[in-house]
Ligand binder design. Structure first.
Ligand code: GLY
Length: 364
């Protein structure tokens, strides 16, 4: 049974449709939201395309759409202007107009790039997000952030473009590698920490019963957890689509995490780096006396229970230097996200000197 969660952003409203086996309904759903007879550029990567591209294409063509595809080498290294230029090229060559659309089939990289190509081609055409990874289903496919990386920092060039619809077929998670599943849990756990005590309770119960690592095989439980995260994200987007306030709480773990990810030359996965970033802030908050030992243990224990790292030895100076490229920096001030009590987050502005002093409390 599929379920729909409505995202009410300021610039657009749309559904996130979640269910098992709904990939073959892509054509019907796309036709409902796009209305006209359209050309669709499918953007996918070399891991996902062999698994699902034919199915999605067939469904779209059956619904009367003309399909084209752009397949890029899987991995964050592809998230650059050359890939976008390749997408623009196909659309220009095939005579795409403003009534046509792009469809992202894959994880966060496919979604961010397809969205950016759509946001920029002809100054903006429509995009449909079809996330196939846990991370993309709970976070990146929703909310309209699109973009590419620059060598100096992740996601440094981009645009906002809300999707016309998000189609989440939970069956796709069955083919996800354990590593990709675990990295997605980094973002799932983040929602529990920043805003969702019931989700924390659910995840803690799994951890306490020794079932945390078996979650990928429990499809009903997993679907409920995904829906909780999507509801959380929809709630945040409804109050701050353009990241000028509350939406920044979604960046818990990301300020340090993005730097760790970029220093690893993207060899470490995003969700893994978010987990490290959450742990870095938690340890520093404990050392700074902003958090008590019991709360620190609850955060660290949950991250660890889902197979994610809880330590990082990147020197504080490097974490601060890297954060200077962060999009949340305004002038010389950084907006940092703190969770000092599970279930709520706080945005704190700090200068680079204050941030360095805070991180250095860890003794690294
Ligand atoms: N991934 C964080 C956001 O969408 O704001």
């Amino acid at each position: 049974m599929e379920d729909k969660i409505r995202v009410r952003a300021t610039s657009a409203e749309y559904d996130v449709i979640i269910g098992s086996g709904i990939l073959s309904d892509c054509g019907k759903i796309a036709k409902e939201v796009l209305k006209d007879q359209v050309k669709i550029l499918l953007v996918s990567d070399t891991n996902v395309a062999p698994l699902y591209l034919d199915k999605v294409k067939a469904s779209l063509e059956e619904a009367g759409m003309e399909t084209y595809d752009f397949i890029f080498a899987a991995g964050e290294q592809s998230k650059n202007i050359d890939s976008i230029s390749g997408m623009w090229d196909v659309m220009a060559k095939e005579g795409f107009t403003r009534s046509d659309a792009v469809l992202a089939l894959g994880g966060g990289v496919a979604g961010d790039m397809a969205g950016f190509a759509a946001a920029t081609f002809l100054r903006g055409i429509r995009v449909i997000q079809v996330p196939t990874s846990l991370l993309a289903m709970v976070d990146s496919a929703i909310g309209g952030k699109t973009g590419i990386d620059l060598p100096r920092a992740k996601n440094q060039v981009g645009a906002f473009l809300q999707p016309s619809v998000v189609i989440e077929d939970t069956d796709c998670l069955k083919t996800l590698s354990p590593e990709l599943f675990t990295e997605g849990m980094g973002e799932v756990i983040k929602y529990a920490f920043i805003m969702d005590l019931p989700l924390y309770g659910r995840l803690k119960a799994l951890a306490d019963s020794g079932d945390a690592m078996g979650l990928s095989g429990k499809s009903e439980e997993l679907e409920e957890i995904i829906k909780a995260c999507v509801r959380d994200k929809a709630d945040v987007i409804a109050s701050d689509e353009f990241d000028s306030g509350r939406r920044q709480i979604l960046n818990f773990g990301h300020t340090a995490g993005h730097v760790i990810e970029s220093l690893s030359n993207y060899s470490l996965m995003h969700g893994v780096c978010v987990a490290k970033g959450m742990a870095v802030f938690t340890e520093a908050a404990l050392a700074a006396g902003l958090m008590d030992q019991e709360e620190r243990d609850k955060i660290i224990d949950l991250i660890r229970a889902f197979g994610l790292p809880v330590t990082d030895d990147t020197p504080s100076e490097k974490l601060v230097a890297g954060a200077m490229n962060d999009k949340k920096k305004r002038g010389s001030t950084l907006s940092l996200i703190f969770v000092n009590k599970i279930g709520s987050a706080e945005i704190v502005k700090m200068t680079s000197a204050e941030y360095l002093e805070f991180l250095s409390k860890r003794g690294i």
